[in-house]
Design a protein around this ligand. Sequence first.
Ligand code: GSH
Length: 314
Amino acid sequence: MGLMIDGAYHAEDPAPDTDAEGRFQRAKATIRHWITPQGPFAPDAGRYHLYAAWNCPWAHRALLMRALKGLQDTISVAYARPRRTDQGWVHDADGPYSDPELGVGALHAVYARAAPPYTGRITVPLFWDRETEQPVSNESADIVRMLNDAFPGPDFAPAPLREGIDAWNARIYADVNNGVYRAGFARSQAAYDAAVAQVFAALDKIEDHLAANRYLMGDTFTEADIRLFPTLARFDVAYHYAFKCNIRRLMDYPNLWAYAREIYAMPGVADTVAFDIYKQGYFSQSELRNPLGIVPAGPVIDWTAPHGRDHSRA
Ligand SMILES: N[C@@H](CCC(=O)N[C@@H](CS)C(=O)NCC(=O)O)C(=O)O
């Protein structure tokens, strides 16, 4: 799955992302420019292109913000194939996994254009600027916030709620979004035990919160909900089994499950979701987790069942 060093791609697997105790450590994203009306990266329509993969939850946040803001015609997208190769994320020459923008065969060819030369993992999402022909950001938290703040459309992080949204974002990142990865990528029993307990303690708390609140921030649907949803969408089809997050399923949480279905029913959201592709990605061949690469048939889930959350809440 490779690594780039000073702009050159190396196909060998980099050192494991775990510490001496087997705990997963996510590498920090390092391309962190910011889009603002003052520039140099101005929010011009048609200027930016998003490199994504359907199965990646971090790319999903960006796709969700793009859809919910109605920016589908403002920002173009290329989807990589769901299964990475020794070249990392790759594109086909044509079809749904092609890259009409730069026509690259592998995402590392986009990172190779960065100045100064890039060192690090080749990750999606990557936000690309056509004008300077440079990557703007490979940090999804930044991309989501920039899409919200700099581009037209509804504001999902209004100033009076921002402190609360940021607090939810921090907890949800640590315990849920990245928590499932810490369970799934743990290389010791103790690291897994701690991670999985943290995931479910957080979900249990959110379940209680959603008994009395329609959304994380009460009556207002915000960026915090947008950042929670990608993990919920993948939970029962992927994390429950592939990442051993199997104390409960999403569908065992009445409030969370209905809340997730409510978000799924919002205009544009279902277009960002691809459950079968999640399975292909998370059940890729992996010596550590799934040596034969066999994709399970189930579970069967009805995401379109009525959610019943449109009545005003207590
Ligand atoms: N900090 C990044 C993390 C993105 C990330 O880890 N993406 C995964 C896919 S879900 C990836 O591309 N991994 C490739 C690798 O680590 O080599 C973000 O949130 O944007």
